[in-house]
Design a protein around this ligand. Structure first.
Ligand code: ATP
Ligand code: MG
Length: 140
């Protein structure tokens, strides 16, 4: 399986509780390398653009407010089958339904404040990585 990349975001509920290091340890223990990383505060416009696919969903306004409510850590992860590998270590969207030991089961507060984002396909990963990173900010 060739090496590939995915986009991860450590969400505001997790940065607020000082969980960046614990989440990064879980990511690295899952066999992924953090090859790009920065801590930023999303504007409302950036959060709306990033989650545009969900703009008709009832939770969209709340999600945009939440994602711009505090700092996030955006990350490029690299490894074999990076998208699926990261989705496995993240766990299900709803922390109450996430498998034991996953990041969302351990740290998620609610279906919205679920601590991490991960791209859901290689195609979306490429678009999401270029949304936040220029090529000179990623070093494998
Ligand atoms: P993400 O895209 O953040 O990795 P996901 O792919 O597991 O999560 P999506 O269906 O893409 O889930 O939803 C995007 C985000 O919207 C979720 O991570 C969560 O923060 C929020 N969300 C999803 N469903 C709900 C809901 N029913 N109520 C409130 N917020 C929700
Ligand atoms: Mg998603």
């Amino acid at each position: 399986m060739p090496v590939s990349r995915t986009l991860s975001i450590i969400k505001p509920d997790a940065t607020r509780r000082n969980l960046t290091g614990a989440i990064n340890a879980a990511i690295e223990e899952a066999g992924l390398r953090i090859v790009g990383q920065k801590r930023i505060r999303l504007t409302r416009a950036q959060a709306e653009a990033f989650y545009a696919v969900h703009k008709e969903r009832p939770f969209f306004a709340d999600l945009v407010a939440f994602m711009s409510s505090g700092p996030v850590v955006v990350q490029v992860l690299e490894g074999e089958d990076a998208v699926a590998r990261n989705r496995t270590v993240m766990g299900a969207t709803d922390p109450a339904k996430a498998a034991p030991g996953t990041i969302r089961a351990r740290f998620g507060e609610s279906i919205e404040a679920n601590s991490v984002h991960g791209s859901d396909s290689p195609e979306n990963a490429a678009g999401e990585i270029s949304f936040f990173f220029s090529s000179d900010e990623i070093t494998g």
